[in-house]
Design a protein around this ligand. Structure first.
Ligand SMILES: [Fe+2]
Ligand SMILES: [Fe+2]
Length: 206
């Protein structure tokens, strides 16, 4: 099997396995957040970015958490020659696999995963999208249980705590990381904004 682990090859793989634009955007968002945090924490920007981009590779094909996601992704990525630490990070973002998060890359992936989905959901229902979004406005949405209801509020707070970053600061940081790549993350058409938000809440990864 090919051992091309470039960003370009990873994106091709994501597109091959994932047809949903919503899920592709989620993976791009997590990539953006991972790259930003890698710069801040002195991590390997390329590796952290790839972990974000690939973490839900198999979610569309194998959504059953009992025997599917992310096990197929882990196998595929190992066979394709991705580093063991990336494969382990993919495993550790799924709590139910009980792979403890040990590296900074792993705790960061967990901390930005659901949050990136939630922030995109917020952006879809704002005319300005990600631009000018504040931590305060995201926290307001967090207090509405029906908004992106599938995103566990506790998990978001736990993720930031594990990371050792103040929750508000974490929100601001991830908003900024996503806003920098707004063109890729926010669909051009303004229609169905509310239903997209709901859909993203549901498809954001477990
Ligand atoms: Fe995810
Ligand atoms: Fe996932």
């Amino acid at each position: 099997m090919a051992t091309d682990t470039s960003r370009e090859a990873a994106w091709s793989l994501v597109c091959e396995w994932t047809e949903s634009d919503s899920l592709r955007r989620h993976m791009l968002a997590v990539e953006a957040a991972m790259r930003a945090y890698a710069l801040r924490f002195g991590g390997d920007v390329e590796l952290w970015g790839l972990a974000g981009l690939l973490h839900d590779l198999d979610y569309e094909r194998y959504p059953d958490l009992a025997d599917g996601h992310p096990r197929y992704a882990m196998r595929e990525l190992s066979e394709r020659g991705y580093p063991e630490e990336l494969v382990r990070a993919v495993a550790s973002h799924a709590d139910y696999l009980e792979v403890p998060r040990e590296s900074a890359m792993e705790t960061t992936l967990y901390a930005v995963d659901e949050l990136s989905g939630f922030i995109l959901a917020c952006a879809y229902v704002r005319p300005e999208g990600l631009h000018g979004m504040t931590a305060k406005s995201v926290k307001k949405k967090l207090k509405q249980p029906s908004f992106a209801a599938a995103v566990g509020r506790e998990e978001l707070r736990d993720g930031a705590a594990e990371l050792g970053v103040d929750f508000d600061e974490h929100l601001e940081f991830v908003i900024a990381a996503l806003a920098a790549r707004s063109d890729e993350l926010i669909p051009k058409s303004p229609s169905n904004a509310e239903s997209r938000a709901t859909e993203d809440g549901r498809t954001s990864s477990p």
